[in-house]
Ligand binder design. Structure first.
Ligand SMILES: [Zn+2]
Ligand SMILES: [Zn+2]
Length: 219
C-alpha cells in the first residue's frame, strides 16, 4: 500500500506505538507525512483552544461580553501541510483522503449524551464539491450524527478577508420538523475566526438547545 499523501510505499511492519499514533491501521499515510501535522500544545485557551497561552484569550473575552461562552476542542494546527491536505480533500475533491483523519472525530466519554451535529455547507457548495467534508469524516468513521442545521447560500468564506468574515451575517437555520436535542456537539473541520461557531451556537440556542460544545480537527 502507498501513502495517500506522498505515494511512497508504506512499510507494513509498523510498531504497536506507531499504530497507536495513527489511531487506526487503515489510516494510510507514512510517518514522514504524519509528522508534518502539528498538534496543539497543552498551553491553549481553555475555551477556544487557541494555542500559546492557557488564559482565556481576547476573542473569547469579547464574545463573553456579547453573551457567548464557547466550549471548543481541537487537535491540530491549521499549518501549511494541513492547508495542503484540505486543499486536496475539499477543493480538488479527493474523497479518499477523509480516511486519514476520520478517527480523530470519534466522540470521547465526555461527549456521552451529546448529539453530534456537523456544520453544513450550502446546497450550492454541496453541488460544486459533491460532498460535505465534515460528514465525509463522520461517515468514514461510522459515527452517527444529526443533520440539524442548514446553511443558505452565501459568499464563500475562504474568499473573504478576516474582517468580512467577522461581519458576515448568520446563514444558518435549524432544519424543520426535527426533534431538537438538549445537548449538541458541533463538528467542524477547521476553526478560523470562530464566526461560524458563534452563528451556529446562537441558532441552536434559539431553537431550544441548552448546551452546545464544539470540536474541530484544526484550529
Ligand atoms: Zn507520505
Ligand atoms: Zn479563546
Amino acid at each position: 500500500m502507498n501513502c495517500l499523501l506522498c505515494q511512497r510505499k508504506l512499510s507494513l511492519t509498523l510498531k504497536f506505538t506507531e499504530l497507536f499514533l495513527l489511531k487506526s491501521p487503515e489510516n494510510s499515510i507514512c510517518e514522514k507525512c504524519l509528522a508534518t501535522f502539528q498538534t496543539i500544545s497543552e498551553k491553549h485557551c481553555p475555551r477556544c483552544w487557541k494555542d500559546g497561552s492557557s488564559q482565556v484569550c481576547e476573542d473569547c473575552q469579547e464574545w463573553e461580553e456579547q453573551g457567548i461562552i464557547i466550549n471548543h476542542r481541537a487537535i491540530f494546527h491549521y499549518n501549511a501541510p494541513m492547508k495542503g491536505y484540505f486543499s486536496n480533500y475539499k477543493f480538488i475533491g479527493d474523497y479518499r483522503l477523509r480516511a486519514i483523519f476520520a478517527n480523530y472525530f470519534k466522540p470521547t466519554k465526555k461527549d456521552k449524551n451529546f448529539t453530534l451535529v456537523p456544520i453544513p455547507i450550502s446546497d450550492k457548495r454541496l453541488q460544486e464539491r459533491g460532498f460535505n467534508q465534515v460528514t465525509g469524516f463522520l461517515d468514514a468513521a461510522k459515527i452517527p450524527y444529526g443533520n440539524l442545521l442548514l446553511k443558505s447560500d452565501s459568499v464563500k468564506q475562504s474568499s473573504l478577508s478576516r474582517e468580512e468574515r467577522l461581519d458576515s451575517k448568520n446563514a444558518f437555520t435549524v432544519a424543520e420538523d426535527i426533534l431538537i436535542p438538549k445537548k449538541v456537539l458541533l463538528i467542524d473541520d477547521i476553526y478560523t475566526t470562530g464566526t461560524t461557531l458563534q452563528h451556529t451556537v446562537f441558532t441552536l440556542k434559539e431553537a431550544g438547545v441548552t448546551e452546545v460544545k464544539s470540536f474541530s480537527l484544526c484550529r
